[in-house]
Design a protein around this ligand. Structure first.
Ligand code: MTE
Length: 323
């Protein structure tokens, strides 16, 4: 484990400053792109959108049928905005990684499933995605940096993957791991970060209906900058829990230590449930800036998903559930 104290002081400052710096640069950036007035031709040249995108052998699966149980009370964030503003530290510790992320090689892509399961196995993404029926869900996404977006994700419930994996009764957590190939993603050469990116959930969280394995967005296979070919969406938690480009899924009886938890445990914990009443160590979580409008709205408890998830936490005492 790389401790924050072992890294050069300037890298700490940069990583810690990112949220607020980018936060304020964002409006200028959007203005300079003139997103409101993008022509169809301009949109088709954006990474992962239209012309220029690689043919994808799973394209026939999209658009998936929308599951109308998962609704939004606000507009969907336009794809052209969402696909140019991403957190994917493997490609750089800033938001404009969409071009850089096109160097991600997504085929072949094997996912290993191991640990406390009946029989560990490796499955090709292209097989997995045809094993479980896909659906589309409209989800909110609330980043710990206090911005938010809404996305039409396609994929399947994490619970379906758990069933496929056949965990043993001793499994208490699932640990997810992203690829770790510095030749493919230059951010991985920043040795002061504790690569690979790791995240984890409890088995109860994994079985909750909202926990979703994402294989597509905006009616298409997942664009590289969103974490192709497969990522997680946990919409009641801060966005860093929604790990991208998953290569390894381990069922375990030990609580996984996540990437951000290793870097700054007092700021980014295991649970990271959205709660406007519990500030981040360096900023308030009361409000969030909507990516497409730049306007602030009130943040909701569990990002508005309390009805579905509050019960998961009612008996947990003495834990920092909201950072
Ligand atoms: N997964 C990996 N592997 N690497 C990352 O840097 N960033 C996280 C999460 N998953 C990240 C990741 C953070 S902080 C957020 S807010 C979301 O991805 C951003 O998802 P988006 O780029 O699709 O908006």
């Amino acid at each position: 484990m790389v401790s924050i104290h072992q890294r050069p002081a300037w890298t700490i400052a940069e990583a810690q400053a990112t949220p607020e710096d980018v936060f304020f640069n964002r409006r200028t950036l959007l203005k300079s792109f003139g997103f409101g007035a993008l022509s169809a031709a301009a949109i088709s040249t954006l990474p992962g959108i239209g012309r220029g995108a690689e043919p994808d052998p799973t394209a026939d699966l999209y658009p998936a049928t929308r599951n109308t149980l998962y609704k939004l009370e606000r507009d969907i964030t336009p794809e052209e905005i969402n696909s140019r503003y991403n957190n994917f530290y493997e490609f750089g510790s800033h938001k404009e990684i969409s071009q850089e992320a096109q160097s991600l090689i997504v085929r072949p892509w094997d996912i290993s499933i191991d640990g406390l399961v009946e029989k560990p196995f490796t499955i090709a993404f292209d097989d997995l995605v045809r094993r479980i029926p896909l659906e589309e869900r409209l989800y909110r996404h609330r980043c710990v940096e206090a911005w938010s977006m809404t996305v039409p994700w396609s994929g399947f419930p994490l619970a379906a993957l758990v069933d496929l994996a056949k965990p043993l009764s001793g499994a208490k957590y699932i640990r997810f791991e992203t690829f770790n190939d510095p030749d493919m993603a230059s951010g991985l050469k920043q040795v002061w970060y504790p690569w690979p990116y790791v995240e984890g959930v409890t088995m109860a969280e994994a079985r909750n209906d909202l926990a979703f394995m994402v294989t597509g967005a905006y009616g298409k296979p997942l664009a590289k900058q969103f974490g192709a070919p497969i990522r997680l969406a946990l919409p009641w938690k801060y966005g860093f829990k929604s790990i991208k480009s998953i290569r390894k899924i381990t069922f375990t009886d030990e609580r996984p230590t996540s990437f951000w938890e290793q870097i700054a445990p007092n700021e980014y914990g295991f649970w990271a449930n959205v709660n406007p009443g519990v500030p981040h160590a360096r900023w308030s979580q009361k409000q969030e800036r909507v990516l497409e409008t730049g306007l602030y709205i009130q943040t909701r408890m569990f990002n508005g998903y309390g009805e579905q998830v509050a019960d998961l936490y009612k008996d947990i005492k003495d834990e920092r559930l909201y950072t």
